[in-house]
Design a protein around this ligand. Sequence first.
Ligand SMILES: *Cc1c(COP(=O)(O)O)cnc(C)c1O
Length: 366
Amino acid sequence: MREAISGGYIAGNGHFGKRAERALEGLLHSRVLLTTSCTHALEMSAMLLDLSVGDEIIMPSFTFVSCANAFVLRGAKPVFVDVLPGSFSIDPDAVVRAITPRTRAILIVHYAGVACDMERLLAIATRHRLPIIEDNAHGLFGSYRGRPLGSFGRFATLSFHETKNIHCGEGGALVLNDPRDVPRAEIIREKGTDRAAFFRGAVDKYRWTDIGSSYVLSDLLAAFLCVQLDNRDAIQKRRREIWWRYHDELEPAAERAGWERPSIDADGDSAYHLYFLVMRSIAERDQFIAALAADNIQAVFHYQQLHRSPYAMALGLPAATCPVTDIAAERLVRLPLFNDMTVEEQTRVIRSIEAFASRRSEARVT
Ligand SMILES: *Cc1c(COP(=O)(O)O)cnc(C)c1O
């Protein structure tokens, strides 16, 4: 970051931004545009699809709110479908049932960094000629049958928010897997102007040519991101270790308590974005969170059902039935997993969980 400042250029699309984009392109084999957030990359995807009022986008109800908002902002309608138990990724059968003549795209999320059922989803998308938008906020560095997550959809989006595997505080990227989208994406990212072409010398002045917004990431943040990218192997190695230690050491407690652990990814390598347990009831999940909090450990639940959200109600979207999403919203709990978590810290978390599990099984016996 000091280098960016002394180089005298900290606006977007500078030396560090290009370096981070090239690094990500090397990984994904597609064009990557850094953006100010994953939310903004999703908004860009929606603009690139040229949606009109009433167009439908199929997406999981169990996801981050930006997936829906990006399309609602364009007048389109999110159609929420359920996820699969175990992986909590979009259910391909539910996608098929939700397709109508107004469907314009399928949005998928590799929840926790584990690939969706890409074979089936790609077949559905091809059969119905629908683009896939791959929200890859959790899946960067993960793969499916040897192919990197983020390389499947017509668009993929990345998040470099502080809570993600690698980050720059706030940031994101749009991955363009169809080169035909690149020129317009550059314009949309630059406030609807052909400024990118102007800087390349391809046009002699830059003009307003399309809709767009201010989506370019500052080179200061890109410099921060470059260092994170340089350290990605060490970061991923550590996350993998933490994930597997939870999975192995919590097996007995989970079995005794009747908790579900995440399903193992049979078709690829997880990005190890998060580790979770699924409790038997919402009450037990709340007691679990409170018990860990008493030990100074922060465990948190995750997405609340979008199909039950106040804004979905306000929009008057048709009622959806998503029983697995309801389970995930009510009973899933995420365990602490961060890049610089120490072995001792993880031991403390595991002991606290084991103590909670044995208190509960004793209570059941008496
Ligand atoms: C974090 C996250 C986002 C939003 O990312 P921002 O960069 O904060 O906009 C979107 N989708 C998913 C699945 C996420 O986890």
